[in-house]
Structures are given as structure tokens and as C-alpha cells.
Design a binder for this molecule. Structure first.
Ligand SMILES: C[S@@+](CC[C@H](N)C(=O)[O-])C[C@H]1O[C@@H](n2cnc3c(N)ncnc32)[C@H](O)[C@@H]1O
Length: 327
């Protein structure tokens, strides 16, 4: 069973191999601080990332706690999520507060009061903290890849590659960049957790290399922005079914092929064809996503959000969709 701890240490689950599915070996065009992070986020997947939200909130310049929080937040190399830490401090995430608010609304989360929640691929923890805020009885934030990266070293490494004119190797193969021993990429999560006085439990685990029985079952699973990064998405959905007791909220990139909407399809990207990001492997159409969830063992699948289909027929588009997969 899992059981992350409440003292900022984490339980490690699973072993081993660091999947290429999340290995973002960068292309020269993806170099640079914000660009590196966008490779991970929905901005990399075709959405507009808003400007950093830090400093937007009203604040009291005499508040010593605010200065303390600002100084602590500044020690994090890169924030993925814009998190409101209180005292007027909002972290400058690649995903702006506005974008996160829109995303959150699009998920139509079920009532989380008293529920146990597993947030797979939590990164800085925006959705974990939100689940807690909504009254979840227990929240586990599971991640390993982003947490194992030293993002400052990622930038330096990518700059060096650019200067040498060579494409960066997958980051988990670069010793100074890949630090699963120290988890430098978890600093943002840890800092926010402490600032918020949160009881969210961090669990370091590769979801694809961990026995679902060791993760345990949760009433609600969040699988947001993760599916398309996985080389074996069907196995991922089967794992997701095993760790979910009631409903899995899945947000992912999807294919839109007007004229073939009823046919379950999965678009495969052998290189960086989806938004120039080589860590993106698959985008199903909505029928393909629903069909795969059913085949993976979910009893019914509710489509919550999907791209418009008033597009020219027989042309390939990609967008985002949200489904609730019920057990
Ligand atoms: C695009 S980010 C999404 C972050 C967050 N869920 C959101 O929607 O804002 C993808 C996240 O999935 C995590 N991830 C990718 N593959 C994973 C795996 N095999 N096991 C656990 N986490 C994984 C990455 O480390 C990263 O934090």
C-alpha cells in the first residue's frame, strides 16, 4: 500500500526503468527555459500558456511572511503550476492561474468531499491541492519524472547542446540532469505543500513500472495530461482501472478526424509530430479513447469535453478532451 508521509519525505514505489515515454529528449527548437517546460505542458500540446501569474495578486509589502514566501518560491528553478501560496504570492508557473482555472472548470470534477484521490503525474501539485481544498479525505500526489529532473541543469545542458549543434539526449540519461536520488524537481511541490499546510501525500513512483496493488485503490483518480506521454497507453488505462474505485478523470490530447468520428482510432507519433514534442506518442480520437477505457475495464465512459467537430472533413486536427471513466 502507499502511504506518503506528512513530513515531506516520500515513499518510493516501483523500480527501475525510466520510460522513454516521458523522456523529453529535446529538439534544438525546444531549448530555453520556458520552452523546455512547455514541452511538458499543455502549451507544448497546442494550448496557449498565459503569462506568469506571480505578482498579480494584491499584496501588502509590509507582510514579512510574503517576503519569506517570495524568497522561497524564487529558489525553485521552474514552476509548472501557478500556485497561490497566500499572502499575495502566486508562483510563476508555465501554466498561468487563468489557464489552470479554465482547465479545472473543463474537468467537471465530481464531488470530492470525503473521497480518496490519486493525482497521477501531479508535478507541482495544483490538482492535488485543489482536491484537498475541495474536501477530499486523502490525496496522494504521484510522480517521478518531473520530480527527478534538475531543471536548472536541464537548461544548462540544453544550452550546451545548442552551442555544440547536437540534439539533447533524453534527460534521464544525462547524469547531472537526472537526479532521482535528490528529486530536485519536487522542490516546488514540497514548498507549496509546506506553505499551504497541506496533508497531500507525495509518492515517488513510475506509474508504468509500479505494481498497482502497491499503489492501492482510490475513489477518484486524476490522469491529467499524462496519457499521451506514455508509450503503452492501453496498459496505462488498465493500470488506471486497477487503482480506481469509482471514477477516473482523464484529460488528454485527442485526434479529430471529421468523417471518421465513430471509428475508434489512435494517431501515433513516432517522432515529434505532435507539437514538435518527441515525448508525445499517441492521441486517440474520442471514440478511440472511450473504446480503450471500456476495453481496459471501465464500465461506462462519459465524455465531458471534446474539441469542436465543425472542421473540414478528412483533415487531421488535434485538440484536448476530458472523459470520466466510471468503474
Ligand atoms: C504534462 S505534465 C501534467 C502535470 C499535471 N497533471 C497537469 O495536468 O498540469 C505530465 C506529468 O506526468 C508525469 N509523468 C509522466 N510519466 C509518468 C509516469 N510514468 N509515472 C508518473 N508520472 C509520470 C510527469 O513527470 C509530469 O509531471
Amino acid at each position: 500500500m502507499t502511504g506518503g508521509t506528512r513530513n515531506l519525505s516520500s515513499e518510493r514505489l516501483g523500480s527501475g526503468s525510466f520510460p522513454r515515454q516521458v523522456a523529453a529528449g529535446g529538439s534544438p527548437g525546444a531549448l530555453g527555459s520556458a520552452a523546455v517546460l512547455r514541452r511538458w505542458g499543455r502549451a507544448a500540446d497546442g494550448r496557449q500558456a498565459g503569462p506568469p501569474a506571480g505578482g498579480q495578486a494584491a499584496h501588502d509589502t509590509d507582510d514579512p511572511r510574503r517576503a519569506e514566501l517570495e524568497a522561497a518560491a524564487a529558489t525553485v528553478a521552474d514552476w509548472f503550476h501557478s500556485l497561490d501560496l497566500g499572502h499575495g504570492v502566486v508562483t510563476p508557473g508555465v501554466k498561468s492561474a487563468e489557464l489552470l482555472a479554465t482547465e479545472l472548470a473543463s474537468l467537471r470534477l465530481p464531488d470530492l468531499r470525503g473521497r480518496t484521490v490519486l493525482d497521477i503525474g501531479a508535478w507541482d501539485g495544483f490538482y492535488s491541492f485543489e482536491a484537498e481544498r475541495r474536501g477530499a479525505a486523502r490525496v496522494v500526489a504521484l510522480d517521478h519524472y518531473a520530480w527527478s529532473l534538475d531543471l536548472a541543469a536541464v537548461h544548462g545542458y540544453n544550452e550546451r547542446c545548442r552551442a555544440e549543434g547536437v540534439p539533447p539526449a533524453p534527460w534521464e540519461t544525462v547524469p547531472d540532469v537526472w537526479r532521482p536520488d535528490a528529486l530536485p524537481g519536487r522542490r516546488g511541490f514540497d514548498l507549496a505543500r509546506a506553505a499551504l499546510g497541506s496533508a497531500v501525500e507525495p509518492v515517488v513512483a513510475d506509474f508504468m513500472a509500479t505494481d498497482p496493488a502497491d499503489i492501492g485503490q482510490f475513489d477518484v483518480s486524476l490522469f491529467l495530461g499524462v496519457l499521451y506521454h506514455l508509450m503503452d497507453p492501453f496498459d496505462a488505462l488498465r493500470r488506471l482501472r486497477r487503482v480506481t474505485r469509482e471514477v477516473a478523470v482523464i484529460e488528454t490530447a485527442v485526434l479529430v478526424l471529421v468523417g471518421l468520428a465513430d471509428r475508434p482510432l489512435w494517431d501515433f507519433f513516432p517522432e515529434d509530430q505532435l507539437n514538435g514534442d518527441p515525448s508525445n506518442w499517441w492521441a486517440p480520437n474520442v471514440a478511440g479513447l472511450v473504446g480503450a477505457c471500456r476495453a481496459a475495464g471501465f464500465s461506462s465512459v462519459e465524455v465531458i469535453a471534446q474539441p469542436p467537430d465543425d472542421l473540414p472533413p478528412w483533415q487531421v486536427f488535434h485538440g484536448r478532451a476530458v472523459v470520466h471513466a466510471h468503474c
